[in-house]
Write a protein that binds this ligand. Structure first.
Ligand code: SAM
Length: 248
């Protein structure tokens, strides 16, 4: 018997391995992501690493080899938890880690297009290197600072992916002009009132001239990126200083 044809792609799913499954869905259960979760536009499994512990104290960590304060998540327990999750081989296996490659919007887009990741949340001093190697975990960082656990990082990553899934954002196009979508930061936004503490909305935005509005927004986005994020600016091939910063 062949499977019934369906227009709907398989559900995007995040499988999270954590010592604190009660932290999920957390903020992912409200607003855009929460409504989408309730409408089955994506799925979330938060699994307790401790369920794979074998001793009567359900221990998951031990002291670092070589000495140093703190504890390390054990390779055997974490490997058992990963194996028990039995995720399909085409799903990315991520480990949230300050040592990882910094998360970018282009990686988020890739992850949102795929079947959805398995995400391991570290705790304590981190995770035994052998399980990272043995289970091919891709280390992902959400910034150059240290959190006390991987859960908040995982929530940030999942939120960034979920809002890109088909049907989640109100308007399909609303992600197209956002920060990072073309290697640029977003232009400044304004809304009513027309006058706020004596400062009006830039006249061009209320002119009704769509071409001029688009050109103004582009110039603002370029000037902001050039001033605030030279790393993003120089990553765009053949970039000189933006026009608005060299005018006048
Ligand atoms: N000893 C580790 C180090 O110096 O790299 C830090 C461990 S941190 C206290 C515990 C866990 O929080 C990590 O294993 C990781 O899962 C998570 N974490 C902390 N900072 C993170 C970041 N910037 N991005 C992603 N995950 C992070």
């Amino acid at each position: 018997m062949t499977a019934a044809p369906t227009d709907r792609p398989a559900l995007w799913r995040a499988t999270v391995l954590t010592l604190f499954p009660e932290m999920f869905p957390g903020p992912l259960g409200i607003s855009l992501a929460g409504r989408a979760l309730a409408s089955d536009l994506w799925a979330l499994d938060a699994r307790d690493i401790r369920a794979s512990a074998t001793d009567r104290h359900r221990s998951v960590d031990d002291t670092p080899a070589g000495g140093r304060p703190g504890m390390v998540l054990r390779a055997d327990i974490l490997a058992a938890a990963i194996d028990a999750a039995a995720v399909a081989p085409d799903r990315p296996r991520l480990l949230m880690s300050p040592r990882g490659r910094p998360l970018t919007q282009s990686r988020v887009v890739e992850l949102a297009r795929g079947p959805g990741p398995l995400i391991v949340c570290g705790r304590f001093e981190g995770v035994d290197q052998r399980v990272i190697d043995a289970r091919g975990l891709e280390e992902v960082s959400i910034g150059d600072y240290v959190l006390s656990g991987g859960e908040i990082a995982a929530i940030a990553l999942i939120d960034a992916c979920v809002r890109l899934l088909p049907g989640v954002m109100g308007k399909e196009a609303s992600g197209a002009e956002e920060s990072f979508s073309e290697g640029l930061l977003e232009y400044p936004q304004y809304t009513r009132p027309q006058l706020f503490e004596g400062v009006p909305i830039p006249e061009i935005l209320t002119s009704g001239d769509h071409a001029k509005v688009a050109a103004w927004r582009r110039a603002q986005a370029e000037a902001l990126t050039w001033a605030r994020r030279p790393d993003l600016w120089t990553a765009r091939p053949g970039q000189k200083a933006p026009k608005s910063t060299t005018d006048g």
